[in-house]
Design a protein around this ligand. Structure first.
Ligand SMILES: [Zn+2]
Length: 81
């Protein structure tokens, strides 16, 4: 039997969707969470919603699904969270 829509313990319970991508997008907790696919784009408001639930703003600041905020990285490099 093939199970195709089982949420991962990490992210599935908190998101309104299950990541449909293969390979799965990195979870919000992962260092490379920026690599997740974009699900929703609001350019007029300056933010995008990534597949893993991370909201990324135009100034590179981020808001994680658990409520943590990551400040903008002005020099273009990101500190590891
Ligand atoms: Zn995904």
């Amino acid at each position: 039997m093939e199970v195709v829509d089982t949420p991962t313990p990490d992210t599935g319970a908190r998101l309104p969707w299950t990541c449909p991508h293969q390979p799965l997008c990195p979870p919000a907790e992962a260092a490379d969470h920026d690599a997740a696919s974009i699900r929703v784009i609001h350019p007029e408001q300056g933010w995008v919603l990534l597949c893993n639930g991370v909201i990324r703003f135009d100034d590179t600041g981020e808001l994680l699904p658990d409520g943590r905020a990551i400040p903008p990285q002005r020099d273009g490099s990101r500190a590891s969270a």
